[in-house]
Design a binder for this molecule. Structure first.
Ligand code: UDP
Ligand code: MG
Length: 328
């Protein structure tokens, strides 16, 4: 019987403190896999500035199941996930964080669910957010609600990037080659039968989170613009509404002056209205600009990542002259 292979894709950015415990934990959990399942550990070094790459090299020397790609600079986790999916050799692939916040003990259960054939994708969602800042959880919840309303793409509350999927889903995700990659939205967009498993939030084993509040805010705005053009529709709608309002006002003022001979007063109101409409116009131009800038970056067709070093299972000839991944 042909052995099946599971690729474990792990984006790493400055993770020297956790890599060895992650590897040990993975080795422990992989014992629980059925005999006919091989695993590939594919680490993506996202331009780390610490000892992440040397540690990965050591692991790869000692264990032939370990492969890695090292980026020329930090391209972000989304690029890491893309590179991982692109270079994974498995019949199944799972994406997980290096900091053990995505508990590997769920892997056997996830694999069994997929092997059963009923589902194409198994995704983990956090049922609580213990250990996370109150403000961060609050804004995060707001974002998911807003995103669902605006883009119609239902990202399940607490959804994480911890997911196992079949080759078919991997290929579907790879077929979306856009530069602005909002992976959570992409997974929701490609569809397929997904099973959600809830788990309790786990604290990072060591090291610090790479997300600041401003980077999370940018991430959520990117998420909205990547999947929805509703903000553009809202701005057009507001434009129409204000035109109607302006005509009504004009009518009222005309009638008041002509019929009752009222002198037109109201300097403060006038200034307020001018400022309000001026502000609104700038806001709408800003929204337009957001989409325009996204489109601008997209048409440049820049590669999603640039690899500096790699050690992969794929035959060298396939990858030899290809140092970059183009978003085509
Ligand atoms: N990560 C990455 N590139 C980045 C930021 C993060 O590859 O630019 C990786 C990081 O090494 C970790 C995962 O993405 O494996 C999740 O990052 P982190 O734990 O900092 O995020 P959090 O768990 O706080 O959401
Ligand atoms: Mg983490």
């Amino acid at each position: 019987m042909k052995k099946e292979c599971l690729s474990v894709i792990v984006p790493c950015y400055n993770e020297e403190e956790v890599l060895s415990s992650f590897y040990k934990e993975m080795c422990r959990v992989s014992e629980q896999f059925p005999k006919e399942l091989e695993i590939e550990l594919l680490f993506i070094d996202d331009g780390s500035r610490d000892r992440t790459l040397p540690i990965l090299k050591e692991l790869a020397e000692a264990d032939s199941r370990v492969h890695y790609i090292s980026f020329s600079r930090n391209f972000g986790k989304e690029a890491g996930i893309y590179a991982g999916l692109q270079n994974a050799i498995g019949d199944y692939a799972v994406v997980m964080d290096a900091d053990l916040q995505h508990p590997p003990e769920y892997l056997p259960e996830m694999y069994r669910t997929l092997a059963g054939g009923e589902y194409d994708c198994v995704a983990m969602r956090r049922v609580d957010r213990t250990g996370e800042g109150k403000a961060r959880s609050f804004f995060s919840r707001c974002f998911y609600k807003l995103n669902k309303k605006i883009s119609g793409i239902d990202i399940v509350q607490g959804a994480t990037d911890y997911r196992m999927m079949t080759r078919q889903v991997v290929d579907a995700v790879l077929s979306i080659s856009e530069y602005n990659r909002f992976t959570k939205g992409i997974f929701a967009w490609v569809g397929f039968r997904t099973k959600w498993i809830g788990y309790h939030n786990v604290q990072r084993t060591a090291g610090t989170s790479k997300w600041s509040f401003s980077s999370l805010l940018r991430y959520s705005l990117d998420g909205i613009t990547a999947f929805s053009t509703v903000p553009l529709a809202i701005s057009s709608l507001l434009g129409v509404l204000f035109c109607i309002l302006a005509f009504l006002m004009m009518f009222v003022v005309l009638v008041k002056t002509i019929v009752w001979g009222d002198p037109v007063a109201g300097y403060p109101t006038l200034i307020t209205v001018i400022l309000f409409i001026g502000g609104l116009q700038l806001l709408m131009i800003g929204i337009l600009g957001q989409y325009f800038s996204k489109a601008y970056l997209e048409i440049k067709h820049r590669p999603i990542y640039i690899a500096k070093e790699r050690r992969l299972a794929k035959p060298a000839k396939e990858k030899q002259n290809e140092n970059t991944s183009h978003s085509e």
